[in-house]
Design a protein around this ligand. Sequence first.
Ligand SMILES: C[S@@+](CC[C@H](N)C(=O)[O-])C[C@H]1O[C@@H](n2cnc3c(N)ncnc32)[C@H](O)[C@@H]1O
Length: 273
Amino acid sequence: MNGVSNAEVKAFWEDNPVAAEGIAAEPGTPAFFQAFDALREADDCEPFAFSDYIHGYSTSAGLRVLDVGCGNGYVLKQYARFGASVAGVDLTQTAVDLCKARFEQAGLAGDFRVTDGERLPFDDASFDIACSMGVLHHIEDPRPMIAEMHRVLKPGGRIILMLYYRGSWKYHVVLRLKRLIDPRYRGKSQAEALNMNDGPNCPLALVYSREEARRLLDRFTDHRFELNQLSWRQFLLVPGLDRILRPILPAANRNILARTMGWNLYITATKPK
Ligand SMILES: C[S@@+](CC[C@H](N)C(=O)[O-])C[C@H]1O[C@@H](n2cnc3c(N)ncnc32)[C@H](O)[C@@H]1O
């Protein structure tokens, strides 16, 4: 155990909403959401077609969907615009305010609350889908949150998670290399370097193997795994080499690299009937 409290996690994300430091526009403005969505849907990140394949946005009309640690509402917006009824909880007021702004600007309806995912303010068996993308790997013990997601899911409902992948190129090669040559990483342990993935002061980040993820979801069935996110630029390490080799390299998205050593491990599983 790393001894990181929820208060530390909350303080970090309150001040560092996801991707905001890389976007020039003021958080909460239309320009901010436009820039965020473009970054997220980039070929070497999470193109919409891949995200739709994981979440099933385009077939979600009429479903009730919960996002735990909803960030600025990207995922819920996709569900809502295809007709799902959506609720999002986040530990931070910053995220909930961003979700409300995003939905208001898009003319969509959503229920957003500042809540610790370990205590969900929803009835048993009230959602068809409960997702949590890029959240549980920032939490010391994710099992109470998963138990809550299991409780609020209807029998037959689906859980969808994204966790950083232990077998990734980034974890085994890029982070180790950074610890050797990048002055900001020098002297850090592998665990400390991993924590810095989401910002230098991020208190905690963890990686999971498929087996570790499956064990977390032992009350669910029909586990499915997908990997994504490893671009040629990240793989080749030498700046600019990907541009020179581009004519002979397969497209970045979902290439053999991303499918075998990608940074993001997506897991879907079903609550038994
Ligand atoms: C990396 S961001 C991911 C945001 C969003 N899921 C996405 O895909 O863009 C992690 C989010 O999880 C939230 N979070 C962390 N711990 C949480 C908890 N215990 N309960 C609810 N939200 C939490 C943070 O406040 C932050 O907004």
